[in-house]
Ligand binder design. Structure first.
Ligand SMILES: Cc1cc2nc3c(=O)[nH]c(=O)nc-3n(C[C@H](O)[C@H](O)[C@H](O)COP(=O)(O)OP(=O)(O)OC[C@H]3O[C@@H](n4cnc5c(N)ncnc54)[C@H](O)[C@@H]3O)c2cc1C
Length: 395
């Protein structure tokens, strides 16, 4: 494999396919999610090219690229400012259905994830069930060939855009709470579902509450056996934690910091990039980002060989998120007072007003506050450390 030629092929495609609006959406992305319309436009472009699901096996619509090619692709997309694709269908549900879905579920849902026709959200967390997910209370009671679902989910990312939700529901009250959970695929248009948006710290909506009131879900929409949903859910979580490409994120963050450092000076007129204390802290974070890149490649090597990343995905997640948070804090420090104006509308690629901060500093504050959540979602960092202690260190 000539990786240099592959990288050039990817770059040439990105040069041609990324419109200025799509690139703007990528530049203004401050969390896992970019502007929704731009994200789906980019999804459809990649689908038509056959590059939308590089991590899937080729027989299900993957590209057949090896690990290094996929790494190169993710890196080039990030550095070309492509908006990130939604992970819930491509990175979470898709691999899960490939492993646990019936033939009918695979045939129906996988092509719709690939084409972007179905937009999925993840209904795991509840007001009383986050880290302690097995205590979830949303109930599904069998009524003939349907389940009737009652309860509520919270922090459901993109539920206001999604037309489908995959949910963990309680189908039995067992002594061990994990043994009474099932995994359901639900159409968001089913009567009895209400979505209530939550406004985030950056002033925008990404998460929602989702309420279920007598929602009828066909039994054939269950993935895995009844009361065996915990095993299915855990398989998905390992992909959620291990499926992200932190190295590409960190490189984009470092590039953002470099732009700020080149433009911003302290009150004495010294460029921030000339401050030795700041530079030492930046260099330390950059070294850790590089070390993580190789660890990530090692774990993805296991994934490529068909293994579930297991507890190693917890290690990647904690380190990836914490390095990302350090880089965002450095960007905030470098951008200084430009972080004070609160202007959420300036982060839309379609906004035509006058921004209060220069372009290089426009996203620093929103990136910082949005990224605080990264050590909470997908499993809080403290809980990930417990998993590592138990499963990797045998403590
Ligand atoms: C931006 C964002 C997006 C999200 N998107 C989704 C989504 O799309 N779908 C979805 O289902 N959920 C989503 N979540 C929810 C997320 O998974 C939960 O917030 C997370 O699991 C933590 O649960 P909690 O918020 O109930 O906090 P809690 O579990 O109450 O934790 C509170 C604190 O206690 C600590 N703690 C808890 N248990 C332990 C323990 N055993 N040992 C040590 N410390 C512990 C935690 O680390 C944390 O610091 C999202 C959350 C955020 C912030």
């Amino acid at each position: 494999m000539d990786y240099g030629a592959f990288r050039r092929e990817v770059r040439a495609f990105l040069d041609e396919a990324l419109t200025p609006r799509l690139k703007r959406a990528g530049q203004l992305q401050t969390s896992v999610f970019a502007d929704f319309e731009a994200t789906m436009e980019w999804h459809r472009i990649l689908y038509r090219k056959g590059w939308v699901a590089p991590d899937w096996p080729p027989e299900y619509g993957g590209t057949g690229w090896d690990l290094i090619q996929r790494h190169i692709f993710q890196e080039e997309c990030k550095l070309a400012d492509a908006p990130s694709l939604l992970p819930m269908g491509l990175q979470m549900l898709g691999p899960l259905l490939i492993r646990y879905g019936t033939e009918a579920q695979k045939a129906h849902y996988l092509p719709r994830i690939l084409s972007g026709e179905d937009v999925w959200c993840q209904g795991y967390s509840e007001p009383g069930a986050g880290s302690d997910l097995a205590s979830l209370k949303t109930r599904a009671v069998r009524d003939g060939d349907h389940y009737v679902v009652d309860g509520s989910k919270i922090w459901t990312s993109m539920a206001h855009h999604a037309n489908r939700i995959f949910c963990l529901v309680r189908t039995a009250n067992t002594e061990k709470p994990q043994a009474g959970i099932s995994f359901l695929l639900v159409d968001m248009a089913t009567p009895g579902i209400t979505v209530r948006p939550i406004v985030g710290l950056d002033g925008r909506v990404e998460q929602c509450e989702v309420f279920f009131d007598g929602v009828r879900v066909p039994v054939e929409n269950r993935v895995g056996a009844e009361n065996q949903g915990w095993e299915v859910a855990k398989y998905l979580l390992a992909f959620e934690r291990g499926g992200h490409h932190f190295a590409a994120d960190h490189k984009k963050q470092l590039r953002r910091i470099a732009r700020i450092l080149a433009a911003e000076a302290d009150p004495e007129g010294r460029l921030r990039g000339e401050d030795p204390d700041f530079c030492a802290r930046l260099a330390a974070a950059e070294v850790e980002a590089l070390a993580l890149e190789y660890t990530e490649l090692r774990v993805k090597g296991g994934l490529a060989a068909g293994a579930s990343p297991g507890a190693l995905s917890s290690l990647i997640k904690v380190a990836g998120c914490e390095i990302g948070q350090r880089l965002d804090a450095l960007a905030l420090e470098a951008a200084g007072l430009w972080c004070a104006p609160f202007q959420p509308e300036a982060l839309s690629p379609d906004w035509t007003g006058t921004p209060a901060a220069p372009d290089h500093a426009l996203t620093a504050m929103a990136c910082y506050v949005d990224n605080r959540a990264s050590t909470i979602y997908g499993g809080a960092a403290e809980v990930q450390r417990d998993i590592m202690a138990r499963h990797l260190l045998g403590l």
